[in-house]
Design a protein around this ligand. Sequence first.
Ligand SMILES: NC(=O)c1ccc[n+]([C@@H]2O[C@H](COP(=O)([O-])OP(=O)(O)OC[C@H]3O[C@@H](n4cnc5c(N)ncnc54)[C@H](O)[C@@H]3O)[C@@H](O)[C@H]2O)c1
Length: 259
Amino acid sequence: MDATRLDDTVALVTGANGDIGSAVATLLEARGATVVRSDIRPPKGAAADDFVTLDVTSEASWAEAVALVEQRHGALDILVNNAGIAPMARLDAMSLEDWRRCQQVNVEGMFLGLKVACDLLARSGPRRPGGASVVNLCSGASDKPSAFSAAYCTSKAAARMLTRVAAVEFATLGKPIRVNSVHPGVVESAMMDDILATFSRIAGGTPVETLRQGVAAGNPMGRFVEPAEVAEAVAFLASSASRYVHGDAIHVDGGYAAS
Ligand SMILES: NC(=O)c1ccc[n+]([C@@H]2O[C@H](COP(=O)([O-])OP(=O)(O)OC[C@H]3O[C@@H](n4cnc5c(N)ncnc54)[C@H](O)[C@@H]3O)[C@@H](O)[C@H]2O)c1
């Protein structure tokens, strides 16, 4: 049997309207999973059949979404905590409100997902070798600082630690749930377009295209990451092919973290 296949599994993906979330949902489906897409609001145009509105900062919203997944599909084998925001500002100009919102979405959202979904994940775990799988979207920013990103870098460093704590704690309690993180580098995405535009504004008007070229040139493999490449790492961690990988991190960044 091909352990990378996801047949007969049920996955919930947060932030699925975004560039990475939609690539992840599409690949998990292609590998055989039943995927429930979620986001803070329905996508523009027709929502997928299996869409649920989920604001990751709300415990009640998580409870409703997880209950709905169980009602519709009877199990939850894979949770992808992908929803995230990246407000950029100089430290001395960032509002406390923006700082808090970033921690709420990127860290508390992940905490609430782990907290609320862990019972259904644990009950679903015995269905597969390695058990249920949670994949948290962290970032190169979990380890490396960058200017004007205090809130984001701090939140992603916390998300990495939360991943490790959850892994150790679930193992201590004997819960059949693995927890790992994926750390993309600079992804071809609307989020990165916004980051570069804001960086250009704050840092004195360097043209966005010049910034893009500089970022790509500074990467060991010389280019941005494709969302589909991030999705491949998520699908591996979601699958039984990674059944003994727990509390770990995969960087998808062309060697940036190593450099
Ligand atoms: N784009 C990059 O270069 C990059 C690099 C490293 C890590 N990441 C991480 O990958 C993840 C996805 O990023 P992306 O590039 O697809 O961004 P994106 O902005 O395209 O997608 C993020 C999604 O999260 C949703 N979201 C925001 N707040 C939410 C909330 N409270 N509840 C539920 N959903 C909410 C948004 O509606 C959006 O659809 C994020 O966690 C991001 O930090 C992105």
